[in-house]
Ligand binder design. Structure first.
Ligand code: ATP
Length: 462
């Protein structure tokens, strides 16, 4: 269904995640702000605030660990955003990286022709106002600019629309410097830019975003096997992150959907409040990219298999391509919960809670003194200092303790440590769990170890 048409705004949405609530929480708590807001905002660009950058770093860290540390034959790369313009001719992006565009002559709305109902397209009727639509025209999504002082055709340069090409052009360097043997992979996280026609829906589709891509180089003929293996691994990854698995599904690209380079492609889709949408793509890119770079650069990009009589071939590539910023939106939606925690009509009868996995939570533990006075603040600060080395921490001494717990729930902090008068007497503190709201007393000396164990054995309750 079209992104324009099935976004819902729900007034009877108690207990449910909606895009409006998530966008508003993200701003209120400093996850995500509109870019250049004081100037009215910049479409398609967003800024990540203090909690947002922590969450983004943790998601990137989890992916990086999964891809590089847990796989002996996958190494990392950080290639430049600006690449030689021939790269994009070779990759096919100059010619093929287009979306079909239509405009409404009356209300001036702009649509991707593949995202509005076919009836509207056939009748050239605007889905918003019924006005007349223009003919469909192709629109290249690459941002084009100039490098150097002269703005002529020789100085054209593109902002990369995907991180993958930086990997392909370095594949020989990496084989030589790191003595990689096929099969092996190269992982990269970085910014990508696309001049998207429709950028509504918060950070779902933006002009500037980040990707987490891993390109796996395999012998032709083994590609289908590796393609199946990577689909399995990417599915298991989301399971490990604690994502609601009934909110994930596969979508195989039909013949009309396949990108120009792909032999086969599956998307992992997530059930966002907007509906089912692509989260990550797993693609069999064949030898298309390395073949084209061979042709355009004149360099021999064949792999030489020294263990097999120096057999030469252009490897096939299996790609796993996930949006980092789209993953962040998914994690926010997945974690979002509203729970009735007291009789209706009482103060604070509902709480909003982000049920992040503790490995992803921007703040792992908040330390709260019951009172500021009588040395409790100092003791709490001392505990926080001790925990800082191992955990991301917060300290809050403002307002009633119940309110402070709610603030931490809303930020997704899985653990709170409360320091009270008993702490001064017997050296114990209260450990409060975000999900169950259960509170237990723990000797201070055992706190760090207990947290470590709770994080390692964490299971989401709902
Ligand atoms: P679409 O067809 O929806 O435009 P795509 O299939 O072209 O997207 P890919 O090129 O496969 O997307 O990109 C890989 C991943 O990068 C996507 O699964 C998505 O998570 C992320 N991504 C792509 N475009 C954007 C964007 N404009 N904003 C945010 N994330 C994006």
């Amino acid at each position: 269904m079209s992104e324009q048409l099935n976004e819902y705004s729900d007034d009877s949405s108690a207990g449910k995640a909606t895009m409006e609530k998530i966008t508003s929480l993200a701003k209120r708590r400093g996850f995500v702000f509109q870019s250049s807001e004081i100037y009215g905002g910049q479409n398609g660009a967003w800024d990540y605030g203090p909690l947002g950058i922590e969450l983004k770093n943790r998601i990137a860290g989890a992916w990086w660990k999964e891809m590089t540390r847990l796989h002996d034959n996958i190494v990392g790369l950080d290639a430049a955003i600006l690449m030689h313009p021939r790269t994009w001719e070779a990759s096919g992006h100059v010619e093929n990286f287009t979306d079909p565009l239509v405009d409404c002559k009356k209300c001036k709305s702009r649509f991707r022709a593949d995202q509005i109902p076919q009836e509207n397209l056939a009748a050239k009727k605007c889905p918003d106002c019924g006005g007349e639509l223009t003919d469909t025209r192709k629109f290249n999504l690459m941002f084009k600019t100039h490098i150097g002082p002269a703005e002529d055709t020789a100085s054209i340069i593109y902002l990369r629309p995907e991180t993958a090409q930086g990997i392909y052009v370095n594949y020989k360097n990496i084989i030589q410097s790191n003595r990689m043997k096929i099969p092996f992979g190269i992982a990269q996280i970085g910014k990508a830019f696309r001049n998207e026609i429709v950028t509504k829906n918060f950070i779902f589709r933006t002009c500037e975003f980040e990707q987490m891509e891993m390109q796996y180089f395999v012998k032709p003929g083994t590609d289908e096997e590796w393609f199946a293996e990577w689909r399995k691994q990417r599915w298991a990854y989301y399971e490990k992150l604690g994502v609601k698995m009934d909110h994930l599904r596969w979508h195989q690209h039909g013949p009309g959907e396949l990108a120009h380079y792909a032999k086969d492609a599956y998307d992992i889709e997530y059930l966002f409040p907007l509906g089912w949408r692509e989260l990550e793509g797993v693609h069999n890119r064949t030898d298309y990219d390395l073949g084209r770079h061979t042709q355009y650069s004149g360099k021999d990009l064949q792999y030489i298999d020294q263990d097999n009589n120096n057999e030469r071939y252009i490897p096939y590539i299996i790609e796993t391509s996930a949006g980092l910023t789209r993953n962040l939106l998914m994690i926010l939606c997945d974690a979002y919960d509203e729970e009735q925690v007291a009789e209706k009509g009482n103060d604070d009868d509902w709480r909003t809670v982000l049920r992040f996995h503790p490995d992803l939570a921007p703040i792992t533990v908040a330390v709260l003194p019951l009172m500021k006075k009588d040395g409790l603040a100092e003791l709490a600060q001392d505990i926080r200092t001790e925990l800082k080395e191992d955990y991301s921490t917060d300290y809050d001494q403002a307002g009633a303790i119940g309110r402070r717990y709610r603030r931490q729930d809303e930020a997704g902090t899985p653990f709170c440590v409360t320091v009270d008068y008993q702490s001064k007497e017997d050296g114990t503190v209260t450990l409060r769990f975000r999900d169950s709201m259960e509170q237990i007393r723990v000797p201070r000396a055992e706190l760090a170890g207990r947290l470590r164990q709770e994080i390692r054995t964490y299971k989401r309750m709902k």
